[in-house]
Design a protein around this ligand. Sequence first.
Ligand code: GLU
Length: 504
Amino acid sequence: MTESFLSKVRVRFAPSPTGSLHIGGLRTALFNYFFARRRGGAFVLRIEDTDRARFVREAEHNILSGLEWAGIQPDEGPDRPGDFGPYRQSERRVMYARYARQLLDEGHAYYAFDTPEEIEAMRKRFATEENPSPKYDAVTRGEMTNSLGLSGEEVRRRIDRKDAHVVRLKADPGGRITFHDRIRGRVSFSTGGVDDQILIKSDGMPTYHLANVVDDREMGITHVIRGEEWLPSTPKHLLLYQAFGWEPPEMAHMPLIMNPGGKGKLSKRHAEKQGLPVTVEQCREAGYEPEAVVNFLTLLGWNPGDDRELFSVDEMAELFSLDRIGGGGVQFDVNKLNWFNQQYVRGFSVDELLERAAPWLRDRRSASGVGFLENEERQRRMAALMQPRITFSKDLAEAGGYFFEDPATYDEVAVKKRWKADSAALLSAYASRLGDASVFDAAQAEAMLRAFAEERGAGAGRIIHPVRLAVSGVPGGPSLFEMMAVLGKDTCVRRIRRAVEVLG
Ligand code: GLU
């Protein structure tokens, strides 16, 4: 390794491909990405796929497309090879074996041949009241079947015979591991609680710990920014750095994302029960805009130092610093996420909004057949009208459903309240008047309705409310006259006549 790249900031997002990309994982990726951009460094994607039992084939694709959706592009990764590849751990096995060999040769590691039953028996044998579950460590290793006690010849014989074995780190007892975490400050662990961790498993694969440390070293990683759930692994990693005689990278453990209400780490079960979107895929399917999710996640832990809340990716990258991340858990508040979404949706240009809503509008088009969506001009007017009233771009297709189809039902509560004994008579006369109009814009529709109401000696509300119900089927929504202008005269007349028929 040369000095020049050691001084350049290099960070990594190192997910295990075991399923969907969780929003906690996306937040880790974002913080690493922002940090790299702020410091002019590199953001590396490394796939930690050594746990073959939990490996899921589609997961890597899922991770890549999740990052792409969020708008962050790794500088190096499996599909963007740089100088530090390969970027999948399963393709780096030779390297782990070489480093394990080094530790074995230097007396920092040893072979262990114990079966799970033998380890279980050891635990029973050594269990005391203070220590009910003894570990494979400095106290017990002397009682076990490993290369520390067996002759070199015997060890060779067993390995040649392909006896199941692992490689363990020979951890020194009775010390303390202290390090400075960039988020939590000074962190100290007693090595009394650290076992002789396995480095190479019986299937020949490295453990997460060995592979993680070797790769961070080999890939020139300068800062490890990851979730707090990895903090307990850090002493193991630091012991490994010590054994290799390497300087560890800087560490930063980000606060946990907690369940709403603050009880415990955000769990899949809790999220499912509450219908919260906790994977990137779920966010996408629920219609969240990526900018909103990114903004929301970044503020789950990081703060800009003032009370601004809306940031573009560029701004976040510009302002990001580890010093502004708090240590305490942060709650997942879906209302806040919705608020962010609403802010972004309202800030889009009409064309952008239509583009975001396109998949949902497309579904609507095939369902409706009214032809409304073929008319671009009307579509744009509809989008502009709805924009201040919606939270999701898909609401254009959903909440604004009456733009595409005549209402099939009328809101019952509103009918009770607004449809009076004289409504049918008033509306059918009004429909005829409307039918005769030559021009039809919002101002004209309004003037016409008000003149009509006056003629009839009725308050305008007596006509406005039932007309809204007739035209849209629901009580709320954008300005009635704007809505009518977008729908067009013929549609309005048809709908009013139909409501008169149905509601009587
Ligand atoms: N493979 C670990 C994960 O799934 C990486 C943890 C780390 O960043 O060290 O999150």
